[in-house]
Structure formats: C-alpha cells, structure tokens
Design a protein around this ligand. Structure first.
Ligand code: GRF
Length: 194
C-alpha cells in the first residue's frame, strides 16, 4: 500500500509513520506534503529518503478549493492508496475529502468526540478531566468526526499545564498512529485502544 502524509509543522507523527513503514514494510511512504514550505517535517522526511513537496496555502488566501487543486497535483501524481493527516492544520473542503473517502486518516489530540477543534489540552484541563488522550479517525466532511480507528488515554496529573499534558499525549500519538495504520492497510478496522 502507498501512503502519502500531509503535515504542517514538526512532523513528529509523520516521522514515526515513516520509520515504522520503512522498518516493517507494512506500507510504503510515497510522499510527504506540507502547506508550509518552512515545515521542519519536510527536512525530516527528506532525510528518510521520502519524496516531499510544499504547496504554500498563503497565496490562495481564503480560496480553499484553489489551494487544494494545487495540492492535488503532486498528491495524485504519487497515487497514494491511503492519505494520512499528521499535524495538518488546514481545514479541507468536502470536495477534497470525498476524493479520498474511506482511505483518509487523521490524528487528533483529544478523546473524540470530546474537544473537536483546537486547544484540546487546555479544554480538558479547564473541564477538570481525569483523563486525556488522542484519537485516530477516518476523515469525513465533518471536522474531527468520522469512524474512530484508535484511541490512547493518558492520566491528567496534578500540576499539569497544557504543555505538559500535550507532551504526554504526543508520546501516545507516536504509538497509536503506526498501530492504526498497520491495521488499516491490512484491511482491519478493529479499533486500536491503548
Ligand atoms: C501536535 O499538537 C499533535 O498533538 C497534533 O498535531 C501537532 C503537531 O504534531 N496531532 P506533529 O509533531 O507535527 O506530528
């Protein structure tokens, strides 16, 4: 299976996916694309020998469809079987999402359906939650919705601030996403629960 990964920044989740695919051969990373030419993840992907491309979203302003039409060119050229969003911070139109219906995954740093959207860790802290975590789900036109393919839970500890909680969750993201992708490309939709 050919896997393309979309990033916006550091790409730590992308890197774990690439490393596990290269180490275990359960799929092949064919492209890492970013909406930010300065994304540090692009350098990490290139260092692993994965083809990269940056399509800067800024020249397109609010015209999401025009940005996506540009992004689709290298993406379709790479002919991925699966598209993984990993720290990708742009909202995608239903038109784009439906092109990859049933084969597009995203990782979100909360225990969905709680806290879709941004600032998930602060919201969990403000709510006094005893647990937090991350979710890998199939991407559908509704933001941070879609069938859950995996979740990982972490405790919220006394004295936690958003950064401390984010770091604890990120560690679990790096375990969850590869575990889900491994199953997904094998056609197994059984949720991974960590
Ligand atoms: C992190 O906040 C992570 O929780 C979320 O995207 C952000 C960046 O992740 N999934 P990455 O290091 O770019 O994968």
């Amino acid at each position: 299976k050919r896997v393309a990964i979309l990033i916006s920044g550091g790409g730590s989740n992308m890197l774990r996916l690439v490393e596990t695919m290269q180490a275990e051969g359960y799929a092949a990373p064919v492209l890492v694309a970013s909406n930010d030419p300065g994304a540090a993840g692009l350098v990490k992907a290139a260092a692993k020998g994965v083809p990269t491309v940056a399509v800067d979203h800024r020249p397109f302003g609010k015209d999401r469809a025009a940005f996506e039409a540009e992004l689709l060119k290298p993406l379709l050229a790479a002919a991925p079987d699966v598209l993984c969003l990993a720290g990708f911070m742009r909202v995608l139109t239903p038109g784009f999402v439906t092109r990859f219906a049933g084969r597009m995954l995203n990782i979100h740093p909360s225990l969905l359906p709680k806290y879709p959207g941004l600032h998930t860790h602060q919201r969990a802290l403000d709510a006094g939650d005893a647990e937090a975590g991350c979710t890998v789900h199939e991407v559908t036109p509704v933001l941070d919705d879609g069938p859950i393919l995996g979740q990982a839970r972490v405790p919220v500890l006394p004295g936690d601030d958003a950064e401390m909680l984010a770091a604890r969750v990120l560690t679990m993201e790096h375990q969850l996403y590869p575990a889900v992708l491994r199953r997904f490309v094998a056609g197994d939709r059984t949720p991974v629960l960590l």
